[in-house]
Ligand binder design. Structure first.
Ligand SMILES: CC(C)(COP(=O)(O)OP(=O)(O)OC[C@H]1O[C@@H](n2cnc3c(N)ncnc32)[C@H](O)[C@@H]1OP(=O)(O)O)[C@@H](O)C(=O)NCCC(=O)NCCS
Length: 145
């Protein structure tokens, strides 16, 4: 049997690709506040967008957020590659707020109960605006993966 590797390329989106990302952020009901093209790392297969994520720079910390993989490309480590890339370019004082903390632990994140104001604001936003049945957790990158 022949098998073919799929090549996933990570890079910055161009303006048109950024608009696609904005569309999927709405579709997946992710954090759509203060979206800026340069914040994003996107994943492509043959120039087709398959995933995205960004780092928001706050005054007192950085935050990984707005992570998404297109439905038909999930569970193929697209998000893992994006998170690894975002960590590499933003190594210090890095937080995220999510409902799937166990997914992020292998990257060196752990659940924390004390965090900067911007992250408190984010948790409040998630709890009140992005209403899901699961609880939100705040994680901080504390170790190297
Ligand atoms: C979460 C998401 C970004 C993961 O993307 P992905 O490219 O499939 O992720 P990876 O392939 O790197 O990892 C897949 C793993 O994610 C974990 N995972 C994904 N969604 C999950 C969920 N809702 N609950 C628990 N674990 C989840 C699983 O452990 C899965 O591992 P498995 O293949 O052993 O089941 C994708 O499911 C998505 O876009 N979801 C909708 C948007 C969203 O919820 N974003 C917020 C993330 S904090």
């Amino acid at each position: 049997m022949l098998t073919f590797d799929i090549v996933i390329i990570l890079r910055k989106p161009n303006a048109t690709e950024f608009q696609q990302i904005v569309f999927f952020i709405e579709e997946f009901q992710l954090d759509n506040r203060d979206l800026l093209e340069h914040q994003f790392t996107a994943a492509f297969i043959e120039d087709n967008l398959v995933g995205f994520g960004r780092v928001r720079e706050h005054t007192d910390c950085s935050e990984i957020c707005s992570l998404g993989t297109l439905v038909e490309f999930r569970k193929r480590v697209v998000c893992k590659m994006i998170v690894q890339n975002l960590i590499k370019i933003n190594p210090t004082n890095l937080f995220l707020v999510c409902i799937i903390p166990d997914y992020f632990k292998p990257f060196g994140f752990e659940i924390v109960n004390e965090y900067p104001d911007a992250i408190q604001d984010k948790k409040k936003y998630c709890t009140h605006e992005l209403v899901v049945p699961e609880d939100y957790f705040v994680l901080k990158k504390t170790a190297n993966a």
